[in-house]
Design a protein around this ligand. Structure first.
Ligand SMILES: Nc1ncnc2c1ncn2[C@@H]1O[C@H](COP(=O)(O)OP(=O)(O)OP(=O)(O)O)[C@@H](O)[C@H]1O
Ligand SMILES: [Mg+2]
Length: 368
């Protein structure tokens, strides 16, 4: 910028001096040339006004006037009426310098103003866009919450309608059972009836579990012990699917505040899903680790469940935590919805990454 300005000043000075020199050294009889040279002064004056505003225009027009006046006075005689046209021209130099300088300054100011307005507009636009994104996200969450609360009401009604007759059926079966000797065919039928009623009751219970608000967790839970217990519980399933389950604990994982029973359900759901995704065998790696505290928030425990199963299609991935989303013929699609609800009620979060054909990784993060 500085270099550019010095260059411009040099050009202006050189042209004013150059024009003056030709004035002084051109014989007066070539007055046509003198007329032309006189007007050449306008070029540096106008450029100075464009480049340096009012001050630039005036400085160059005054310099041109001062250099030109001796030529008029001493070489042309300086007669006021005879050389009137030349005096007027000098006046005009300064008028042109001032007006052009003033206009160019105003133009510059307007350009700066416009640039500022454009920048402001762009900022507002970006802010608006961010807000629009936020609104869309909140709306999505609201819609999900709405669906869940409708589901809650529905299942409460359903449970009510189903449970009462179930109670009567169970009672009646119990009474009828007394009439038949143990081991007889009818006694066995009644046993089946009782067992199926109990199962139905459990399903209804589970529904209610999902719909009911989860109370804040109390007590502490030893995650490493719970994980090991769940692996043990699933030993037979894993064997049937030819799946290897490994727990990698790189460090000692601290206890978390929480409802152990519900957290066990989380681990069980994730392990079951993983095993079910590997019908031809594979491995499931479970890796708990401690995440260091970040800023205001305290430390977290992360438990990673990585399987080498079929993976989840990218179209399905955003939906896996939605209630009733399932790709299994016998699935309810409630497993991950319940899992997410439990984890969030513990102040934690759950995320998933998956590649079709390669495997899936779920990460559960719980505050310590
Ligand atoms: N580890 C995994 N690998 C591949 N797909 C998975 C995995 N975990 C979940 N999924 C996909 O997410 C869907 C939803 O899982 P979710 O546990 O909620 O229901 P589900 O397993 O189908 O039914 P349920 O748990 O009631 O038996 C599954 O149907 C499956 O398509
Ligand atoms: Mg499941």
């Amino acid at each position: 910028m500085k270099g550019k300005n010095s260059f411009r000043i040099a050009i202006l000075a050189a042209s004013v001096v150059g024009i003056t020199v030709v004035h002084y050294f051109t014989p007066l009889r070539l007055h046509v040339f003198h007329d032309i040279f006189q007007r050449l002064y306008y070029l540096p004056i106008i450029f100075a006004a464009f480049w340096f505003g009012l001050r630039g225009g005036l400085v160059v027009s005054l310099a041109a006037s001062i250099l030109y006046i001796p030529h008029v006075v001493f070489q042309w005689g300086g007669h006021l009426t005879l050389e009137m046209e030349k005096y007027l021209e000098i006046l005009l130099f300064n008028v042109v310098g001032a007006v052009t300088g003033f206009l160019s300054e105003r133009e510059d100011a307007r350009r700066v103003q416009l640039e500022k307005t454009a920048q402001g507009l762009e900022d507002s636009y970006r802010k608006l866009q961010n807000q629009a994104d936020l609104i869309i996200r909140i709306e999505e969450q609201l819609r999900k919450a709405e669906r869940l609360s409708a589901l809650g009401e529905l299942s409460a009604t359903l449970a009510h309608e189903v449970r009462n007759p179930l109670g009567s059926i169970r009672g009646t079966a119990e009474i009828l059972k007394e009439d038949f000797p143990t081991g007889s065919k009818k006694f066995e039928f009644l046993e089946i009836l009782l067992k199926e009623t109990d199962r139905l009751n459990r399903v209804v219970e589970e529904f209610l579990h999902f719909a009911r608000p989860v109370p804040p967790p109390l007590g502490t839970c030893d995650l490493a012990a719970e994980l090991a217990a769940m692996v043990k519980l699933l030993e037979n399933d894993a064997l049937a699917y030819n799946v290897r389950i490994d727990i990698h604990a790189a460090e000692i994982v601290p206890e978390v505040t929480g409802d152990c029973e519900r957290l066990r359900q989380v681990f069980l759901n994730l392990m079951l899903n993983a095993i079910q995704s590997m019908p031809h065998g594979g491995s499931l790696e479970i890796a708990p680790r401690l995440l260091p505290p970040q800023g205001e928030r305290g430390g977290k425990v992360e438990i990673r469940f990585s399987d080498t199963g079929g993976g989840i299609a990218s179209d399905d991935l955003p939906h896996v935590f939605e209630p009733f989303f399932t790709t299994k013929s016998g699935g309810t699609g409630l497993g991950l919805a319940v899992t997410q609800k439990i984890v969030e009620s513990h102040g934690g979060s759950i995320s998933v990454e998956s590649e079709l054909g390669k495997g899936t990784t779920f990460r559960v993060r719980l505050p310590v």
